[in-house]
Design a protein around this ligand. Sequence first.
Ligand code: PBG
Ligand code: ZN
Length: 314
Amino acid sequence: MRAALRRVATETRLHPAQFVLPVFVVSGEGVRTPINSMPGHFQLSVDQIALLAKEAESVGIGGMLFFGIPDQKDEEGSPAWDPRGPVPRAIEAVASAAPEIVRWADVCLCEYTSHGHCGPLRGHVVDNDAALPSLSKAAIVYAEAGADVIAPSDMMDGRVAAIRAALDQRNHHQTVICSYAVKYASGYYGPFREAAGSAPAFGDRRSHQMDPPNGREAIREAQLDVAEGADMVMVKPAGPYLDVVAAVRAKVEVPVVAYQVSGEFAMIEAAAAQGWIDRDQVMVESLTGIARAGAGIILTYFALDAARRIEVAQ
Ligand code: PBG
Ligand code: ZN
């Protein structure tokens, strides 16, 4: 088929506006610490985040998602709701440097707890209900800094309702909640845990993340979060769970977001570095598959490069 005809007949079109770039924020100035397992990605101080946001804005990327790496951690994860912490400061900096970038704040305690679990511990188990007030406090601090989207990623039961109530009480009715409703206990998060310094000190996250063989359970999780007030739902990882993306898309009315996680990114980069695959072709193909499955918004570490590549292609 000739290229012009193919272009007209295409069923799935990627657009930079649907990409959200995850970034890792640290304190200091001029800091760009490379993340070994994620080529081209760095732990960045707030001034560097602002520069990156301008670049992201200039290629038309829709948003940036912030993960904070605090200087101090404690049992409760209290640095998560420090108004001068890395995430609120990054949100403020991006709001003034690149207003077209939608600001997404990941809300979870595992980057902030000394034990690396997603909530306070009771013995060796995460205390679900004790985590809820902490998550709400963090969400309010991020909304007050100017976050457009609050994205709770811990998979604790009841957190969407708790965060919605806390935001509404402070008059943050406009702040959107994107729930990581369908988050699998996955091996694909490996590089992220290096990047964010959030590997659990013992055990794993199987008590609150989903079991990879289960697909129908994903629908229930997504519907529950929508009922609690989620404005968007996320499926994570993306590539190994395209059937789940499609099923959730068919069953809920809110936008479906998919997160192409650190391990998916790292595998493509690693194979490309060996010369075993064509990086750019596989990058676009992997994102096209995620969009074809039904994700309207894609969180991806390829956001910048993919946006540039699509501009060239059109
Ligand atoms: C938890 C969180 C994780 C990721 C995003 N949010 C890690 C986890 O659940 O262990 C993983 C993202 C990625 O691998 O790119 N705050
Ligand atoms: Zn967590």
